[in-house]
Design a protein around this ligand. Structure first.
Ligand SMILES: *[C@@H]1O[C@H](CO)[C@@H](O)[C@H](O)[C@H]1NC(C)=O
Ligand SMILES: *[C@@H]1O[C@H](CO)[C@@H](O)[C@H](O)[C@H]1NC(C)=O
Length: 555
């Protein structure tokens, strides 16, 4: 498989947005007597994968534990400095330059902004067409980063000297188990993608039953017709091979051999050794599905932002909007968009009878004309703005963080997904009657206006959103989610994860799917049938033979 293709596919499930900045809150707790040392490693992906992970680290720090945050020298400087006052940071030397990484990400951003990977076959088509040049392959970049980390003797020595109790990391890159094994410590995975059934069936050990658990990007729900189930089973089987190819475990296996990190245990098998698997999300929205004792859902960010103040000009814009405000935010995609496409969006917003507050951290493409009802801002305290009574709808790319924040505020949504879990997030919102999904590749100003108009004026969307908000809040247990996460991290650090880790993780494909057992039973049944048939045949022959002889005698 070409590395271009690998790149596109890898990024199907990843999020590269600039993270919303949240800090943890809560009252002071009496500290536990034993203090642990944690290694946090998010760097290779960063972006929106960072906030949920760093939040649990901050909570552990608050409880008096030590957290060291590991970065690549190629990651953007603002990542190193974001929490440098909280965590001890260690930067390893990578042969990837920040400039090269920025190029790779910018190229992907441009690709995503065209909407090319929003369909099941989209990534394949983009890969075959060669939309990504070899030198801009993310798969290659991440492999090189892993090689550089394991080969950076000074950093590895420094990390070994820390005698960490646990590695906490993002589940997206197979380098994590290699690092954990090299340091001889257990590890915990945090998953930023909300709906990746096949992948989680493979190495989180979740039972994934395609009769009611829809695979990603198919637009299916948990209630499927016969033909949809056929489609889902085929996709499920397809993805099983797919994920193997995408993650390119063999290339990581070569690193295991190169650095002599338990080469007898493959990277894929090593991936299954996580002590704990954390998912950022809520069953208020996710389709019900079985979990394992070592997999937990934590809604890290929604409702957790402290009381931030809304800037005076924004507050005035909101307060003086009698017919309401649509909150518009597509993350950084707008900056990567063709000017014509951004203009289509701006023209659609111009048709709305409400005001539009457009949040974009990346500057709009030069020359985009905005209508008088639209105000563009670089940054907003999202949850505070969403709680404002005049805000009627969130129009977004369907990224997990803003989506859950909007649900928390009981706000209906319109979504224009680009990649990763965004398509699936929006399918779930549509299924719950909380929003509508649009297609960025075919969008027109009229469709954008009509859809937003529809969601604002039809009260069912608001009613459903409020109900979901109440469910989500009620599903939170007594303690804030980040404390729940910290509690689980500490639990497996103190006691290990073996008592929670299902044995399915040690079964091979044949054992897990009982293929050997079914074949055995089939063989026994076949034997019984064969013995019976043989007996019948023998008896018949005897009786017929005797009857024949008797017959002959009479004659
Ligand atoms: C935010 O403000 C509200 C009302 O003023 C207060 O009840 C709440 O405790 C505050 N939350 C935080 C995290 O400070
Ligand atoms: C926007 O859409 C609504 C609902 O379909 C429609 O009534 C309205 O006329 C549209 N606005 C413009 C300016 O086309």
């Amino acid at each position: 498989m070409s590395s271009k293709l690998v790149t596109v596919l890898l990024l199907m499930t990843s999020c590269l947005l600039v993270p919303p900045v949240h800090s943890t809150t809560g009252e002071v707790e009496p500290p536990d007597s034993k203090k642990y040392t944690f290694l946090y490693f998010v760097s290779m992906i960063g972006g929106s994968h960072y906030p949920s992970l760093s939040m649990s680290g901050k909570e552990l720090m608050r409880q008096g534990h030590r957290v060291v945050s590991l970065f690549s020298s190629s990651s953007p400087p603002q990542m190193h400095t974001a929490d440098a006052d909280i965590f001890t940071t260690v930067v390893y030397t990578s042969s990837v330059t920040p400039h090269h990484r920025a190029d790779v990400m910018a190229h992907l951003g441009k690709l995503f902004a065209t909407g090319v990977v929003t369909t099941f076959w989209g990534p394949l088509i983009a890969g075959v067409r060669g939309d990504i040049p070899d030198e801009l392959s993310t798969g290659d970049m991440w492999l090189r980063e892993c090689d550089d980390l394991l080969g950076d003797a000074a950093t590895m020595k420094r990390l070994r000297e820390e005698k960490f109790d646990m590695l906490v990391a993002d589940d997206f890159i197979p380098c994590i188990p290699l690092l954990a094994q090299a340091l001889n410590i257990p590890f915990i995975y945090n998953c930023a993608g909300h709906a990746v059934p096949c992948e989680h069936g493979m190495w989180a050990g979740l039972p994934i039953d395609p009769s009611y658990i829809p695979e990603r990007v198919l637009g299916l729900t948990d209630r499927m017709t016969f033909l949809q189930r056929v489609q889902n089973v085929l996709a499920h089987t397809f993805y099983k091979f797919w994920w193997f190819m995408i993650f390119d475990f063999r290339r990581f296996d070569q690193l295991k051999v190169k650095y002599n990190i338990r080469p007898e245990l493959g990277t894929y098998e090593s991936n299954k050794q996580a002590s704990l698997y954390m998912f950022d999300g809520s069953f208020a929205l996710e389709f019900p599905r079985p979990m394992q004792p070592n997999t937990i859902y934590v809604l890290f960010t929604a409702g957790s932002a402290p009381n931030k103040t809304i800037e005076a000009d924004v507050a005035e814009f909101l307060d003086t909007a009698p017919s309401g405000v649509a909150l518009f935010s597509l993350g950084t995609h707008v900056g990567s968009m063709e000017r014509e496409k951004a203009q289509v969006l701006a023209d659609g917003l111009a048709l709305l009878p409400v005001r539009v507050l457009w949040q974009t951290s990346a500057p709009l493409p030069a020359g985009v004309r905005l209508a008088v009802n639209t105000k563009v801002v670089r940054w907003l305290p999202m949850s505070q703005v969403m709680e404002h009574p005049n805000v009627k709808v969130l129009v977004s790319h369907g990224g997990g963080f803003s989506m859950y924040e909007a649900l928390w505020a009981g706000l209906p949504m319109v979504g224009l997904p680009f990649f990763g879990d965004q398509m699936d997030n929006l399918d779930r919102l549509e299924d719950r009657g909380v929003g509508l999904r649009l297609d960025i590749t075919t969008i027109t100003p009229d469709v954008l206006n009509q859809t937003i108009h529809n969601v604002i004026t039809d009260p069912k969307f608001r009613t459903n959103a409020r109900r979901l908000s109440l469910i989500m809040r009620d599903l939170q247990t007594m303690s804030p989610p980040v404390k729940t996460a910290a509690h689980w991290i500490l639990h497996v650090t103190k006691f290990g994860g073996d008592h929670l880790r299902p044995a399915v993780q040690d079964l091979n494909y044949i054992q897990r799917n009982l293929i050997d057992v079914y074949l055995f039973i089939l063989a026994v049944l076949a034997l019984i049938v064969w013995v019976n048939l043989s007996l019948c045949y023998y008896c018949c022959r005897c009786m017929c033979g005797r009857a024949g002889k008797n017959h002959l005698k009479k004659d």
